[in-house]
Design a protein around this ligand. Sequence first.
Ligand SMILES: [Zn+2]
Length: 387
Amino acid sequence: MGRAIHAGTFVGADKSPFQKQKMWVAAKDNRTRGNPFKGQKDKADHWNMDGQTVDFNDKFVDRRSGSELEHPHDPQAKAVDVIRCRCTFVVINKRDKNGNLIRKNTGMVLPISRPLNVPPPPPPSQIDLNNYKISNNKEDIKKQLQSQFENKTDIKVKSIDFQSNMSIEKANKYGETVFNLINQYKTVPLRNEPPTVISFESEKRYSGYVSNGFYGGNRNTIVKLNFGHQTDADRSDNIRAELDRFNFIKIAGKSKVDSQNLDMATAVHEFAHFIGTENTAGIGRRASFRVANNDEMNDSQRFFSELKSIKLKYSRELNKAMKDKDINTLNNISLGEYASTNLNEFMAEGFTEYKLHSNPSKYAIQIGKLIDQYFKRQYGGKRFNMF
Ligand SMILES: [Zn+2]
């Protein structure tokens, strides 16, 4: 069965005008070949092949067995490489160093500022009727936000609450931030029943959160969007990594934000989850067969598969720098410990730095540009600079 699915993948990838790469995805459990916790007895090592990315017509290499495989379950491969293997692979677009897609054969670089199957955006209207208006009472701020959510996202709003002691200035700042983010970014379609509670009030354990619910078998319902109200002070320090006095590496908890934007960090972080989460896209390891054929992926699945390959590169560079105690590199690339939690937090921490720091690090830029490319309403728009 594995063979038939993989054969289909080749057809799909070949139809595309763009150069492709393929990435090995190991099952990574205790039956996986080469699992380092089982005493290294396997003759093959698929564990370490996880994330290996090669040009589409090249072969994957198992460094332990020395075998070269076209793909998992390659019918040409030896039994030791394929029997009961549960690995799969995904096809991703090859990009040049500027992040642009590369056409096949010609070697020509085609600048793509938007996904191929999305029609060009309409020209911007002369007057933006949607500008946020600073208000001197919280009820007006709520009304503006409510209509923004209901007209421009698929969220029906149940209620909007500001933390009771919040100043009107700060409430406006939050209102304007979320209002402008909605102006800029599409969110992954959700079935929104029942309506969502929107809150600007940090809680005991979480400065902010997006709470997904199950409703009528639909796991994509957002029950609560909490943009928080507390300031994340440790984001202001430009030092992201250092050696402590015991020569241990200390990594900052979160990604960096300009000090004048600290108030908004939680709101921007949570907004990234609202744009989309891996769950929303329906991708999991077990579903990777289904998404292996690029032509059948929807935009959000394509997005998460590209995001995953950015995260893999990030993790590799980060791990190497940790091993080498290369503080300089860690300082330059770390998005904070929290970014390593999972793909969704990696996205949210990168997005927060991209939006709120004047000199974002290279992976924050890659994450931000990928989000822009897939979700920005007006492609090629000016970089967000609210404050
Ligand atoms: Zn988060």
